[in-house]
Design a binder for this molecule. Structure first.
Ligand code: SAH
Length: 212
């Protein structure tokens, strides 16, 4: 199969799994997943499966990235926060959809590697930082959208507090060793609205910085 055919199949697989939003599909088409996986795993870059990256972490399954991005309903003028940079793949997709994106990871090595890809792609609206994302990013808050790509037992309080009124946060919640639920939280004038979307499986949202 040629590269073009594999990429075509990749987009077809996304559509068949329910990723139908045209802006999201275009952003994913523009973002070559092979750049974010290393060594022999790059052969599997267009397969719909999670793959290992550094620091014992994984790049998420493309259809899950697509469904989460779609659920986030990113608007062109939005300021977005992503918790869990990992490979940087999800962050680059968000950078094609939003005005400004901040992404944080607890592993400095992952942030450094992801930043090298952002520079190579000449992406100027994406900032990456090494930090414990469970506290959000108070300096840049509030955010229109927050996407968490690691599972917490409950939505972290600081992240709820850093969401604008009218803002949306998408995150997996539940115990790390069992099936988790992807939820969408909307901040209303007075309180929050919670919606369960689908079962997912993510690495846990851990406290503190990673040792690497
Ligand atoms: N979005 C990534 C995949 C994320 S894997 C991608 O597109 O490749 C989950 C990531 O969350 C891991 O890199 C892990 O280090 C990070 N993580 C876990 N707990 C965290 C925390 N408290 N703060 C920031 N990052 C965290």
């Amino acid at each position: 199969m040629t590269l073009a055919e594999r990429q075509m199949q990749f987009l077809f697989a996304l559509r068949s799994k329910g990723v139908t939003d045209a802006r999201v599909l275009t952003a994913m088409e523009k973002t070559d997943r092979a750049m974010f996986v290393k060594g022999h795993f790059s052969e599997r870059a267009y397969d719909d499966m999670p793959l290992p990256i550094g620091a014992g972490q994984t790049i998420s399954q493309p259809s899950v990235v697509g469904l989460m991005t779609q659920a986030l309903q990113v608007q062109p003028r939005n300021k977005v926060l992503e918790i869990g940079t990992g490979s940087g793949y999800q962050a680059v997709i968000l950078s094609h959809l939003a005005r400004r994106v901040y992404t944080v990871d607890r592993y400095k090595s992952l942030v450094t590697e992801a930043r090298a890809i952002f520079d190579q792609l000449d992406i100027t609206n994406l900032t990456s930082l090494t930090a414990d994302g469970s506290f959000g990013l108070p300096d840049q808050a509030p955010f229109d959208r927050i996407l968490v790509t690691a599972a917490a037992e409950d939505p972290p309080g600081p992240l709820l507090a850093q969401l604008k009124v009218g803002g949306i946060m998408v995150l997996p919640v539940g115990q790390s060793d069992s099936v988790q639920t992807l939820i969408r939280v909307r901040r209303l004038e007075n309180g929050f609205d919670y919606e369960e979307l689908r079962p997912v499986r993510f690495v846990p949202l851990l406290e503190g910085l990673g040792k690497d």
